[in-house]
Design a protein around this ligand. Structure first.
Ligand code: C5P
Length: 224
């Protein structure tokens, strides 16, 4: 029997949205479906990897045979990611993490006050999960996503550098037929070339698979 490409490796992924509590019954979140992250988890499993899928709340089933870790907030997602870091070989951040969370979520349900026509919510910045992992001393091979609406490749490359990633998967979310909630996706994969003369300005590798279903793309991305 031939050895599968990720046999003996552990892949940890983040997927889905995060939920940031406002009070015990309310939260701030986004429309991420988790489809791309779940498709990648399945593809990694099929490639022979052990898979930790750290997921925010989604409406889809986790693939069988992966270790599903359910979380709500960005802070919980970071904690779970760090917990799995020691045995992770490849970290893939596909989650749509909320950039900000309400400062001091209320312990009790907030009440509507008579005559109060405005409410100000103070938000504080969430930790950047993938950047934290990529700066860790036990850093695994770290892959991020970049959803952009313009100048997709340039923004993705600056994100690759700023977050200290090894690879970034860029997609154009200005198109409604692909990306975010869709089953289809069109991406460009960008990575730092090994052996570049100056590590501060590495040569960038580029791979652009044809537009395809998230399942097909995930298989291609994992096996490349
Ligand atoms: O900065 P931006 O949100 O565009 O970066 C997207 C990439 O960073 C994705 O891989 C996403 O999962 C990751 N990210 C993260 N933690 C955050 C924000 C983004 O891991 N707080």
């Amino acid at each position: 029997q031939t050895q599968k490409p990720l046999q003996g490796r552990t892949v940890t992924l983040t997927a889905g949205p995060t939920r940031e509590a406002v009070d015990p019954v309310r939260y701030i979140s986004n429309h991420s479906s988790g489809k791309m992250g779940y498709a990648l988890a399945e593809a990694a499993r099929d490639a022979g990897a052990r898979v930790n899928l750290i997921s925010g709340p989604v409406q889809i089933q986790a693939p069988e045979g992966v270790n599903l870790v359910q979380v709500n907030s960005a802070c919980d997602m970071l904690e779970a990611s760090l917990q799995h870091l020691p045995d992770t070989d490849i970290f893939i951040a596909a989650a749509a993490v909320a950039d900000y969370r309400p400062d001091n979520a209320a312990d009790q349900k907030m009440k509507k006050q008579p005559g109060q026509n405005e409410l100000v919510l103070r938000l504080v910045q969430n930790p950047d999960i993938v950047a934290t992992i990529a700066r860790h001393e036990q850093r695994p091979f770290t892959v991020g996503f970049a959803a952009e609406t313009q100048d997709v490749e340039n923004y993705a490359i600056s994100k690759l550098m700023r977050k200290n990633l090894d690879m970034i998967i860029a997609n154009d979310v200005s198109r409604s037929d692909i990306g975010f909630n869709s089953d289809q996706n069109a991406v460009t994969v960008l990575w730092k070339q090994a052996g570049s003369a100056d590590p501060a300005t590495p040569d960038i590798g580029r791979y652009q698979p044809d537009q395809a279903s998230k399942t097909t793309l995930a298989r291609q991305l994992i096996t490349q």
